[in-house]
Design a protein around this ligand. Structure first.
Ligand code: ZN
Length: 291
């Protein structure tokens, strides 16, 4: 599932393909729950609009237009935002990978999962939003309109401070890991980076959030920023279907210290990494390094 680093990586790579360009036409798939704004309304709203900027809030991408309207994109579990200039065999259906000659695997043809297709007035590449499992969302907001989806987000994980986390955790009996995953407290953190940050801070995921000290929250905030920035630097994690918009795969998965390393030796002390289920999701930690 794309987390903050994947969304931020997507934003940085796709922004040059959107900003300053004027949308000529929009092609969509049929109306579905994917479109919070119906496709017909989307086509009317976006046609002729010039993209002024592409921002990120938590895991949402927000495109700003010249008429001050905005387009919210959420990549869900398998959303891929990329340009028609992309070349990557990972974009092809599994069944086609084996059949096609290597040179034919270089091009992507929009398929039934390509829900949004932006054509521009210039002759440059189109931009596609493809989502095989359709957990993504598209929402258009007219000038001045607020979105409950954005309003309810907590502090962006890259801006998190020990002070803010400490304040948000007082009186909370939830496990500290679940507090970090709560998007209304901290926006953008998912399972991988929560596990990695808690390892970096030496704090067990199961600790009650309200019992974690201010000094520990300082370490958690530092570790979070460190793992998120490092992951952005390496292009995100390519676990599951995440794909960078230019077709490059993320390299962060090679740097995981605990996530999905159950039974392997802790890189700091050699103890076997443990996996437990916490709030219906798995949590990974080192029983010696994390207290
Ligand atoms: Zn250890």
């Amino acid at each position: 599932m794309p987390e903050l680093p994947e969304v931020e990586t997507t934003r940085r790579r796709i922004a040059p393909l959107l900003v300053g360009r004027t949308i000529d036409a929009v092609q969509t798939t049929a109306p579905s729950y994917f479109f919070l704004t119906p496709p017909a309304a989307l086509r009317t709203a976006l046609g002729g609009r010039r993209v002024q900027g592409l921002a990120r809030q938590g895991k949402y991408l927000v495109a700003n237009f010249d008429d001050e309207s905005r387009l919210l994109l959420h990549l869900g579990m398998t959303g891929q935002l990329f340009s028609s200039a992309v070349t990557s065999p990972r974009l092809l259906r599994v069944s086609e990978r084996g059949i096609l000659a290597p040179e034919a695997q270089q091009r992507f043809t929009p398929d039934e999962h390509t829900h949004l297709r932006l054509h521009f007035r210039d002759t440059g590449p189109e931009v596609f939003l493809r989502d095989a499992r359709k957990f993504g969302k598209v929402l258009w907001l007219p000038k001045g309109a607020r979105s409950e989806r954005l309003d309810r987000l907590g502090i962006d994980a890259l801006e998190a401070t020990g002070e803010a986390l400490f304040a948000a955790s007082r009186g909370r009996s939830v496990a500290v890991k679940n507090l970090l995953l709560d998007q209304s407290v901290l926006a953008g953190v998912g399972n991988i980076y929560a596990d990695e940050a808690l390892f970096g801070a030496g704090v067990r995921p199961t600790r009650r959030a309200g019992r974690v000290t201010r000094a520990e929250y300082d370490r958690i905030a530092d570790a979070l920023r460190r793992v998120l920035l490092r992951s952005i630097e390496t292009g995100g994690s390519s676990i599951s279907d995440y794909i960078a918009p230019d077709g490059a795969d993320g390299a962060y998965q090679d740097e995981r210290r605990v996530y999905a390393r159950t039974g392997e030796s802790c890189l700091a002390c050699g103890t076997a990494v443990k996996r437990i289920v916490l709030g219906q999701r798995s949590a990974h930690y080192c029983p010696s390094c994390q207290r």
